[in-house]
Design a binder for this molecule. Structure first.
Ligand SMILES: [Zn+2]
Length: 223
């Protein structure tokens, strides 16, 4: 009886240590500050540096090109309990430790996530498919090493639709930008932040509706 009680206490202490075992560092460059919290003692060596270097390289460009008022304090947490890939809330990005174990070269997922900080869209600023498409457009244009991650825009196929989000939408944005308006994504982004985006934005910026553009893209999807 006595022994099992001691065992239970020991077990609790070990578990407690495992849950709270984390390391935190803060990096500052110019007006940008990044706090990095790592819960995973087995995180591959060099991963933290790669994330930090990527954010310092990409984020100032995004501030300049999209939204200079965006937050300058960013937190990145490597989470051992989260089962998705990564998500962003306010200025905090959570990345799954399990995902990084599976895809250790997927450093530019952080490029997608920091774009959500830049976006800072208010509720109902724009449709989710478009905000996710813009974030992957940014990863495609500004990513530091998408090639190493084996990340690219997928080829067009007839089952796709512009509302598919992420890379499918990003590829469409590349095509519309190249064919109609180089500033398209920058203007759509600004409109979603200022709640001035409507479906008619596509007509204003290209002379065609989004459905007409998709139709045209479908028949000649080369980028
Ligand atoms: Zn996203």
């Amino acid at each position: 009886m006595k022994l099992s009680k001691i065992s239970l206490i020991l077990f609790t202490v070990v578990l407690f240590n495992k849950v709270t075992a984390q390391h935190e560092s803060t990096y500052t460059k110019g007006n940008l500050s990044i706090s990095f919290i790592n819960e995973d003692p087995d995180l591959k060596t060099g991963t933290e540096d790669k994330f930090i270097n990527t954010v310092f390289k990409v984020y100032p460009k995004l501030l300049k090109k999209f939204n200079s008022s965006a937050l300058k304090d960013i937190t990145i947490k490597i989470d051992t309990a989260y089962t998705g890939v990564a998500y962003c809330s306010g200025g905090s990005i959570t990345v799954s430790a399990a995902w990084l174990k599976k895809k250790p070269t997927d450093i530019d997922l952080i490029t997608h996530e920091v774009m959500h900080i830049i976006q800072a869209y208010p509720n109902e600023g724009g449709p989710v498919w478009l905000s996710e498409g813009v974030a992957d457009y940014v990863r495609y244009k500004f990513g530091v090493d998408n090639e190493e991650a084996g990340w690219s825009l997928p080829d067009f196929n007839a089952s796709q639709h512009y509302t598919n989000s992420y890379r499918v939408t990003a590829r469409f944005l590349v095509w519309v930008s190249d064919h109609y308006n180089k500033k398209l994504v920058y203007i759509l982004d600004d409109q979603m932040r200022t709640k001035t985006y409507t479906e008619n934005s596509w007509n204003d910026l290209t002379g065609k509706s989004v459905d007409e553009l998709w139709q045209e893209y479908s028949s000649n999807p080369k980028i």
